[in-house]
Design a protein around this ligand. Structure first.
Ligand SMILES: NC(=O)c1ccc[n+]([C@@H]2O[C@H](COP(=O)([O-])OP(=O)(O)OC[C@H]3O[C@@H](n4cnc5c(N)ncnc54)[C@H](O)[C@@H]3O)[C@@H](O)[C@H]2O)c1
Length: 351
């Protein structure tokens, strides 16, 4: 079975690509390796999958993993319609997993246009390529942010999601609507996964765990939004990968009003107080944070809390990692791997 994973140099995508290749599927990973954050991290994640940095930096170069014989990587942009068409014609994908996106809630306040190319144009390209190339199953990343101003907890897939509070959230909700439309019109299965605040080793430098860890280690102040009065359903990366792979492998024929389209929450289902999260980080890093209490940020929500019973029913998903253990693993990686990442080779720096 041939599977395309987009966003393969990303936090979640790199792990999903590796997990699927280890299960014996033929996996092609693609990513444009943009510089939204430290590209050393993106190349290092690819290296974890056996993809050589010097080879991966060249656009359209097909790089075979030296660790996983069924895994290849190509640097390309999902917004590039012609290259995407060529890729789909060549590899005859059975399934597609879209984890490429311009992520980040706060960045969408200052950089709204960067969300359109990847999250809307790029997603439309994927839908069109699936439609014209016989793809049976498209799994794509949505987000807990689609719940916007919803205040009923836990968040259930049946709750209203038409009050987004950031353009990022609006782009994710748009993906859900676009996917529904393509499933209805062309009959292929689409599944949207609403991820809840993912953390762990190889995480994103723009997210709270990395921002806080960096500041704590450097003795810089951290901004504690809404004066610490916030709750997040922090979900460890291994649980996210497990849930995603279960959905990719699932042959469930569930439909919604006869349309082969489904939405699932993937979270831990245990909202954590922001202050408790910071305390865990302080304990694992062995240092106190210099906390600056500030108001709510535009685009943020007070609480996220996933009801995961729908995913559990269909796939047996059951998140396993407790915050204490997950934070300990994250901090160990942060100190021993992230802070020691080498400079990029000349080839990758020139790209
Ligand atoms: N990490 C979280 O907590 C979280 C929560 C909710 C939803 N999500 C969603 O899950 C998906 C993966 O998130 P992540 O945390 O791994 O983010 P990430 O930024 O680490 O990964 C996304 C990858 O996509 C690539 N990319 C972006 N635009 C592209 C394009 N046009 N063409 C090709 N590649 C492109 C980036 O280079 C990056 O490597 C995203 O859709 C994100 O919105 C993540």
């Amino acid at each position: 079975m041939n599977i395309l994973v987009s966003g393969a140099a990303g936090f979640i995508g790199s792990r999903v690509m590796k997990a699927l290749a280890e299960k014996g599927f033929n996996v092609i990973g693609i990513d444009n390796i943009n510089d939204y954050y430290d590209v050393r991290l993106k190349y290092a994640r690819l290296e974890q999958c056996g993809i050589d940095t010097k080879e991966a930096c060249w656009e359209s170069n097909i790089v075979e993993s030296r660790m996983l014989p069924q895994c290849k990587f190509i640097r390309m942009d999902i917004g590039d319609c012609e290259t995407m068409n060529r890729l789909f014609r060549r590899y005859h994908f059975d399934k597609v997993v879209n984890l490429a996106a311009q992520a980040g809630v706060r960045y969408s306040i200052s950089n709204p246009y960067s969300y359109m190319r990847s999250n809307l144009d790029g997603f439309l390209n994927l839908l069109e390529c699936c439609r014209h190339n016989g793809v049976k199953h498209l799994v794509f990343a949505s987000s807990s942010s689609v719940y916007g101003m919803n205040s009923k907890v836990p968040f259930s897939e049946d709750d209203k999601t038409d009050t987004p509070v950031s353009l990022y959230a609006a782009s994710k909700k748009s993906n859900e609507l676009m996917a529904h439309c393509y499933s209805k019109l062309y009959g292929f299965r689409t599944v949207g996964l609403r991820y809840f605040t993912v953390y762990g080793p190889w995480g994103r430098p723009d997210m709270a765990p990395m921002l806080f860890a960096k500041a704590i280690m450097n003795g810089d102040p951290i901004k504690v939004f809404n004066h610490g009065d916030m709750l997040r359903d922090f979900t460890y990366i291994d649980d996210i990968v497990d849930g995603t792979v279960r959905i990719v492998m699932s042959e469930s024929q569930e439909t919604e009003l006869g349309v082969p389209y489904n939405i699932y929450n993937i979270g831990c289902s245990q909202p954590i107080k922001l202050m408790d999260f910071i305390t865990e980080l302080e304990t694992s890093l062995g240092r106190k944070a210099d906390k600056q209490y500030v108001g709510m940020q535009p685009g943020d929500v007070y609480q996220t809390y996933a009801d995961v019973s729908k995913l559990a029913k269909v796939t047996g998903y059951s998140p396993k990692t407790r915050l204490h253990d997950g934070i300990a693993k994250f901090c160990e990686w942060y100190r021993n791997v992230y802070l020691q990442l080498p400079e990029l080779p000349e080839e990758a720096r020139q790209q």
